[in-house]
Write a protein of this length. Structure first.
Length: 114
């Protein structure tokens, strides 16, 4: 096993980068946002995500939640859920309340007026 040694402050820089990736995903097109662009992105996108959150869990036949789905979970399209059109206003406007491998039941939220 290889060991990675970081300089002082290196762990904080890694944490900052991981937070950036969780927030931005691939929306930066592979080129890191400047600090100003990043703050503007957060100002625009984070409020939308608070309105468009999706809570999903897969429940076993015994009633135990065996898979909680969050932003880092792989989607059916093989992307992480976070990367599936994070800026689209229609994404996650429903709640999955029951599911099996062959069906799903959701609660659709009312759409805001345009």
């Amino acid at each position: 096993m290889e060991r990675l040694t970081l300089p002082p402050g290196g762990a904080a820089a890694v944490d900052e980068y991981l937070e950036y990736r969780r927030i931005v995903g691939e929306d930066d097109g592979g080129k890191l946002f400047t600090p100003e662009e990043y703050e503007e992105y957060k100002r625009k996108v984070l409020p939308l995500r608070l309105q468009n959150r999706l809570f999903v869990s897969w429940r076993s036949p015994t009633g135990m939640d065996c898979k909680l789905v969050g932003p880092e979970t792989l989607c059916f399209c093989t992307h992480r859920v976070l990367l599936c059109h994070s800026g689209w206003s229609a994404v996650a406007r429903s709640w999955l309340i029951a599911a099996s491998t062959s069906w799903a039941q959701v609660i659709l939220r009312p759409q805001p007026p345009k």
